[in-house]
Design a protein around this ligand. Structure first.
Ligand SMILES: Nc1nc2c(ncn2[C@@H]2O[C@H](COP(=O)(O)O[C@H]3[C@@H](O)[C@H](n4cnc5c(=O)[nH]c(N)nc54)O[C@@H]3COP(=O)(O)O)[C@@H](O)[C@H]2O)c(=O)[nH]1
Length: 962
């Protein structure tokens, strides 16, 4: 499992929440704090403005008081001291911040004594004095004095009475200013004489007093008319305090006012001090720093300038440091709340993320579990489905089996009587179960005990033995024969007493039928339905056994159809099959039930005749068979008659073994063939010699070629028009060292049968070609040599190539080689034969049809075959001078051949009459003993050498024609 984040680590989402929350909090805090700062600043600014305005207003009112006293001198002159007193006393009570009202009188120096005298009247001992270096001293003599003449209240202000203020520049400047402006003018801070040089400060507001009635328009006029001034001595601290108190501005804490009697806040001119500044606490400092960061410092002071009768004053309103919390609860609450909210959000997000992770992990874990469970479930489902399917299939098979089964169930008691038979016996066996109940099996199935097997079965039951697959025949309720197969087990009780049987039964009729069919097929010929060689052997054994038991003879006949091969080859296999089936049926029909007719092979049939009682076997039976076979058969649209050659072997005769019967019948049949077919021969031991000779020839023939025992004889073929030898037929001879000269009639058939004809025929063709080439080279004439071609050679796919090779090897020009073919060679597959013939013809050789007229003899095919010569069979030639029909046939053949542009050669010409007939009917060539027998090569060469134009006189016949 992959390692997840540790529990203590902050998730990204939580970190974002924390960071975002803090940033938002700080920003919000900053915004709120800034608002708070701005609100505080505005608040302070308003209060500061109120205080500055109050101070200014209060001072102006104070200045206005001087104006009031000045009005006294303007309206009453001279003003007495008493009047001055009366006038100012109420004002002093009303304006307590005024410590004294003065009247400064301008006194020329020469009036000093006088004025001092007046002053002493008011206050004895008074002399003019001045302030010097903070001390009162007697005023020196001056040209003009400006003395404090009237002074109210005198009490407390005594030092100032008689004081010459003219040296005081500030007073002088104020007086000048008042003269100049016509308005009250204030001095700067003064050290008052009544303070005895102490640090108490005060200032004067004075206003010039002029002689009544004097012009005052110009400055000079005002200077000239100047009598002095009225002044109010004011204590600025008290004055400012009184002003603030009257404006109710001293009750509010936190805002302090400092008033400077100067343009700038010079500590030396500080006339009113609102109080010391409070020391800020750590939080306040932090707040200050924060305010600096926010560019919104708390307001601490605000300055204002006011004019006090021409003197610039400076007012500072200070903000007493307030606890930071006072003005910043909102921002701090925002900060704290934001931080708390952020922390809460962070905790919440972290918890949510953790829970989400836990849920994810849980989900992943559950998913894996679920997947495993799912897979297991799928496997279970698959296994269950497989099992269900298997069960279904099994059940289906079982149902099918039950349905298809021919089984039924049965029970028997101790007396072998049926006590129960399931109803299936009716549906599957065609027998009502009631037929069984209370009966034994042999009672229910009549004939059961007629067979050995039935009796044996009963004995087995009586011995209380189990049995399986016992088969027996039953007739069902419809009387139809059925085969039942039963199995059973004996039943015993606990004391081992026999209680009966129980078992199953099934209907095996269909199986039996199949078996019988298979058995039948195995033992019968498919084409004809006759017993085959296998069943024939059984039947023969049974017949022999019967013969031995009964002493009755057996005749075994081997029947071979004559010229069946021709039918097969010329008319096709289907025609051959029809012929065989027809013959089989006829043979079967001509025999008794107890006789057997079987098909041995091809066109060979075997018949077993068994003698019964007085009924004797006679040759008429054989003749009857021959007659039945010889009946015309329709093969397609043609009617065809076939004959049979039959050999008969009799048992018992001459002690011949039973297993040689068919062989003997074959030998006898062979003899019948030899004897011209369409006859029957009984086997004699002498026939066996012939057969043995055939075997001997076959053995010798196999070695003859290697041993060079073959030679060729050449029979001339003569042009009937010129009488010249134009060709020769090569005829095979076998010089056997013991058998002597063996004629072709004795071994060609064997060679054909054994296949030896192929190499022998090849040797004949090569030897004949070589010989002809040699004679041509020897100047014995340009003759053609004809060789016979067997069926096997014609069927060889290498035929054309072989001929081509012979021509190439021997150097014989192809037109001097002629191949003789019989009609039977190409009748089985004419299309293929046409191809082969064209292939041969393409080599340039000549082709002739041998034995023409004896076979199918259809002239229709001749036009399709690339043949050159028709060779009329000697059987026709033989009788042309005796048999008119043969003569007519020969004449017709010659005419037809010529119409087809074929030349005609007649063979077997033995007489002048034959020769004459042939010549008269336009036959082209002849071959026969009349001219020459077949000659060995050297004799034939001698004949050629000696030949001249042959006289067609009959030569002497030699021994070969005898
Ligand atoms: N496949 C091969 N068949 C061959 C070959 N050589 C011969 N044969 C065939 O054998 C059959 C018997 O031949 P043979 O005994 O040689 O008889 C030939 C002649 O001797 C005989 N003949 C010729 N003239 C006369 C006559 O005036 N009278 C008379 N009774 N017989 C005569 O005829 C036979 C030639 O017949 P054919 O071939 O049809 O021209 C015979 O069928 C041979 O064909 C071989 O090499 N291969």
């Amino acid at each position: 499992m992959p390692a997840g984040p540790s529990k203590s680590s902050l998730s990204l989402a939580a970190a974002c929440a924390l960071g975002g929350g803090l940033v938002a909090t700080v920003m919000l805090f900053g915004a709120v704090a800034r608002l708070e700062y701005e609100r505080t600043a505005l608040n302070f600014s308003q209060r500061a403005n109120v205080r500055v305005a109050a101070v200014q207003h209060g001072l102006q009112q104070a200045v206005e008081v001087v104006t009031v006293t000045n009005q006294l001198f303007a309206s009453v002159q001279p003003v007495t001291r008493q009047q001055f007193h009366d006038f100012t006393v109420p004002l002093l009570e009303r304006y307590p911040f005024i410590s004294a009202f003065n009247f400064h009188r301008v006194v020329p120096g020469e009036q000093r004594a006088a004025i001092e005298a007046q002053l002493r009247q008011a206050v004895p001992g008074t002399v003019l004095r001045e302030m010097r270096n903070g001390r009162l001293e007697v005023a020196p003599a001056r040209s003009q004095y400006n003395i404090v003449d009237y002074l109210e209240p005198l009490a407390g202000n005594e030092p100032a009475f008689g004081l010459n203020v003219s040296p005081n520049s500030r007073v002088a400047a104020a007086l000048a200013a008042s003269v100049a402006s016509g308005k009250p003018a204030a001095t700067g801070l003064l050290t008052l004489a009544q303070d005895h040089g102490g640090q108490h400060h005060g200032f004067e507001v004075l206003m010039a007093v002029y002689k009544r009635g004097a012009p005052l328009e110009t400055l000079d006029q005002r200077r000239a008319a100047l009598l002095g001034d009225t002044a109010a001595i004011m204590r600025p601290h008290g004055l400012v305090q009184r002003i603030l108190a009257d404006a109710n501005l001293l009750t509010e804490r936190g805002v302090m006012v400092d008033v400077y009697a100067s343009r700038e806040p010079d500590p030396a001119t500080l006339v009113y001090n609102g109080g010391p500044a409070a020391q800020p606490g750590p939080l306040d400092r932090a707040g200050t720093q924060l305010a600096a960061l926010l560019h919104a410092p708390d307001p601490v002071a605000m300055a204002g300038h006011i004019d006090v009768a021409g003197q610039p004053w400076h007012v500072v309103v200070r903000q007493a440091p307030t606890p930071f919390l006072d003005n910043h609860t909102g921002s701090l609450s925002t900060l704290v709340g934001g931080v708390l909210l952020t922390l809460l959000l962070t905790v919440y997000v972290q918890a949510t993320v953790r829970r989400s992770r836990r849920v994810q992990a849980l989900v992943a874990e559950r998913t894996v579990d679920l997947k495993r469970s799912n897979e297991a479930l799928i496997e279970d489902v698959i296994a269950r489905k497989r099992t269900e399917k298997a069960l279904q299939e099994s059940e289906q098979r079982f149902r099918q089996l039950v349905t298809m089964s021919t089984d039924w169930y049965w029970e028997q008691d101790e007396e072998l009587r049926f006590t129960y038979v399931s109803s299936d016996v009716a549906t599957k066996g065609g027998v009502d179960s009631a037929r069984y109940l209370g009966k034994t099996r042999w009672e229910a199935a009549p004939g059961f005990l007629d067979s050995d097997s039935g009796r044996t079965h009963k004995l087995l039951l009586e011995a209380h033995q189990s049995f399986a697959n016992f088969e027996y025949v039953v007739r069902d309720d419809n009387g139809t024969e059925r085969w039942f197969c039963i199995s059973g087990e004996p039943l015993f009780d606990e004391l081992n007493r026999f209680m009966g049987y129980r078992g199953t039964g099934s209907d095996i009729t269909a199986r039996k039928a199949t078996e019988q069919r298979i058995h039948h097929v195995a033992q019968h010929d498919v084409l004809t339905g006759l017993p085959n060689r296998s069943l024939l052997q059984d039947r023969l054994s049974q017949a022999i056994a019967y013969s031995e038991r009964s002493g009755q003879p057996i005749w075994v006949m081997l029947i071979d159809l004559d010229r069946f091969k021709f039918v097969n080859d010329s008319m096709g296999h289907k025609a051959g099959d029809v012929l065989l089936v027809t013959v089989a049926a006829r043979l079967h029909g001509a025999l008794r039930e107890t006789d057997t007719v079987a098909r041995l092979s091809g066109d060979e049939f075997v018949v077993i005749l068994t003698g019964h009682g007085e009924e004797r076997l006679t040759p008429e039976i054989v003749q009857r068979l021959m007659d039945s076979v010889a009946q015309p058969v329709m093969l397609g649209t043609k009617e065809f008659s076939v004959t049979a050659s039959i050999g008969v072997a009799v048992y018992p005769t001459d002690g011949a073994p039973a297993d040689a019967l068919i062989e003997h019948a074959d030998i006898a049949m062979y003899r019948a063939k030899k004897l011209g077919r369409n006859n029957f021969q009984f086997y004699t031991p002498a026939m066996n010699d012939e057969a043995q000779e055939r075997v001997r020839i076959e053995g010798a023939l196999r070695k003859a070629l290697d041993r060079g025992e073959f030679v060729l004889h050449y029979q001339p073929q003569v042009d009937l028009a010129t009488g010249e030898i134009v060709g020769m037929e090569a005829l095979l001879r076998w010089k056997h060292p013991e058998l002597g000269m063996v004629p072709p009639g004795r071994f060609i058939g064997v060679a054909e049968d054994t296949g030896l004809i192929a190499p022998i025929g090849a040797w004949v063709m090569r030897t004949a070609a070589q010989q002809n080439k040699a004679w041509q080279d020897a100047g014995l004439g340009q003759l053609r040599v004809a060789v016979n071609l067997s069926a096997r050679q014609f069927a060889s796919p290498d035929l054309v190539a072989d001929i081509e090779r012979v021509l190439a090897d021997t150097g014989l020009p192809p037109e001097y080689l002629e191949i003789e073919l019989t009609e039977s060679l190409f009748m089985s597959d004419i299309a293929q034969a046409v191809d082969v013939l064209h292939g041969m013809k393409a080599l340039g050789i000549k082709l002739s049809i041998d034995d023409f007229g004896t076979g199918y003899s259809s002239l229709s095919y001749l036009s399709r075959f690339p043949i050159d010569v028709l060779k009329i069979d000697r059987s026709f030639v033989n009788d042309i001078d005796r048999d008119a029909s043969d003569a007519a046939i020969v004449a017709s053949i010659i005419t037809l051949a010529h119409n087809l542009k074929l030349s005609v050669i007649a063979e077997g010409v033995e007489s002048a009459g034959q020769l004459d007939y042939l010549r008269r009917h336009g036959c082209d060539e002849m071959q026969g003993f009349y001219f020459s027998k077949p000659l060995p090569a050297d004799e034939f060469a001698a004949l050629l050498r000696a030949r001249t134009a042959l006289a067609l006189a009959a030569p002497e016949l030699d021994e070969e024609t005898a």
